[in-house]
Design a protein around this ligand. Structure first.
Ligand SMILES: Cc1cc2nc3c(=O)[nH]c(=O)nc-3n(C[C@H](O)[C@H](O)[C@H](O)COP(=O)(O)OP(=O)(O)OC[C@H]3O[C@@H](n4cnc5c(N)ncnc54)[C@H](O)[C@@H]3O)c2cc1C
Length: 426
């Protein structure tokens, strides 16, 4: 009998994993909390199939459809009711899914560090702003500042400029020396150099400043300007939106819940992409933030490995991408000065309105939770957890079910076990 493989996350890593496992004879179910496949980088591509940019997505989607993977869109994993079982919730209700092998491809999110004014309407994650624009937010003639760290800032600047936005500046906190070293090491990735040049050309009218960051956002009901620090001098820039994110952090909550070992913040995997828990694999950003190519090759290896196939032919391709991920982390690590941005009255936990001065009295994340409710709101610490780790050095990564806000029935009652359709009879 073919094994049942469940893949969580239908970004590039999960799509590649599902295709590889299914082509190797497994019954595969692919789940994602979004309404369509594609993940972060291919968000919205499903509705724009045919565009030049969507060619790679469309090719992988065709493979996915030809093997008849069972795709469950709008479905989030919220708990593990028993070993080898996941509880999922969608608009239709909740259900339990059994698996023989599980592939986690849950991606990454932006890292936010608090500063005065960061909770004003008009201040968004850089990638979050891009996602809203991909979803239809009109941006033409809007004045936008991008700040934080990482290659995503340039990608977003290019995309928003293409949509008619005025990019008032891109402020990268990493120093120029680190960026030059990173650039000099890109000879093994000529595609990345071309991509970087392409992004920079698309937003060339905007200033790109290094060792620079937003110190404060001003506005009464919504953002009207930001104050930036560029190499020690400050100036105020009027703007409609601030897109701000300090590189990416992995969505490792489900892996933690399933007791997979975590190393340096990422899910630890072996050469077959298997985690420390036998039968559970990890692929894409959750094993190291390296972008699309890494996600695709790791997904392919995880899918083949889960199906019991040898994936050795992909190892050298993956090695290059892992090195790139490590260099990205080193280049875009946040500098210590950013710890001083949040004032005593700056909110750190925006779900529960917990200010920095309240947290400073606490000794660890648990105490902060018990005394202030920091991390106990709807985001379950996804935003304030990494911020308070950075500010106070806490380990804020404990997880418990439900992983995402869920209906009471989903967690309080038994769910029926959802049988998968026989392979090929979707
Ligand atoms: C906001 C944002 C914007 C980005 N934009 C770009 C870009 O424009 N260009 C670029 O090259 N790179 C971009 N990236 C980087 C991007 O992470 C990688 O390029 C690539 O998409 C990684 O693929 P992945 O499959 O590992 O993860 P992702 O593409 O992130 O896919 C993971 C999927 O898992 C789903 N998921 C997570 N947890 C659960 C759960 N419990 N239940 C169900 N589903 C779950 C997520 O919703 C997501 O769809 C962006 C990243 C972020 C965070």
């Amino acid at each position: 009998m073919s094994s049942e493989v469940v893949v969580v996350g239908a970004g590039p890593a999960g799509m590649a994993a599902a295709v590889a496992a299914s082509e190797s004879g497994c019954r595969v179910r692919l789940l994602d909390d979004n309404s369509s496949a594609g993940g972060q980088v291919w968000r919205g591509y499903a509705s724009n199939a045919g565009d030049r940019d969507t060619a790679r997505f469309a090719a992988l989607m065709r493979r996915l459809q030809s093997v008849q993977v069972e795709v469950h869109a709008g479905t989030r994993v919220v708990a593990q009711p028993a070993p080898g079982m996941l509880r999922v919730e969608s608009d239709a209700g909740s259900a339990d899914l059994r698996y023989d092998k599980l592939i986690l491809a849950t991606g990454a999110r932006e890292c936010f560090l608090p500063f005065p004014g960061w909770t004003l309407p008009g201040v968004l994650g850089a990638g979050g702003l891009q996602a809203l624009v991909k979803g239809g937010l009109p941006i033409a003639d809007k004045r936008i500042v991008l700040s934080g760290s990482g290659p995503l800032l340039l990608a977003v600047a290019a995309n928003l400029a293409k949509k008619g936005a005025e990019i008032a500046g891109v402020f990268e906190q990493a120093p120029l020396t680190r960026l030059l070293k990173f650039g000099a090491g890109l000879s093994a990735h000529p595609g990345k150099i071309v991509e970087g040049i392409h992004y920079r050309m698309a937003s060339r009218s905007a200033a790109y400043r290094t060792s620079a960051w937003v110190m404060r956002a001003h506005g009464r009901d919504r953002l009207h300007s930001v104050v930036v620090n560029v190499g020690g001098s400050t100036r105020e820039i009027p703007c409609d939106y601030l897109g701000c994110g300090f590189h990416l952090i992995p969505n490792s909550e489900l892996a933690r819940l399933l007791e997979c070992a975590i190393e340096n913040g990422y899910v630890r995997v072996d050469s077959a992409q298997q985690s420390s828990v036998p039968g559970i694999y990890g692929a894409g950003e959750i094993t190291g933030v390296g972008g699309l190519e890494k996600a695709l090759v790791e997904g392919e290896i995880a899918g083949l490995s889960a199906a019991g196939r040898d994936a050795g032919r992909f190892y050298s391709r993956r090695k290059k991408q892992i090195r790139l991920a490590q260099r990205l982390d080193a280049t875009f690590a946040p500098r210590a000065e950013l710890r001083a941005l949040a004032a005593p009255d700056t909110i750190v936990c925006r779900c529960e309105d917990v200010r920095r001065d309240a947290l400073e009295k606490m000794r660890n994340a648990r105490e902060a939770k018990l005394h202030t409710r920091c991390g106990m709101g709807p985001c379950q610490g996804r935003i304030c957890g990494p911020a308070s780790s950075f500010l106070f050095g806490w380990d804020s990564q404990s997880v418990r079910p439900p992983l995402m806000p869920s209906r009471i029935q989903t967690i309080a009652t038994e769910s029926s076990v959802l049988a998968s359709s026989p392979k090929g009879q979707d």
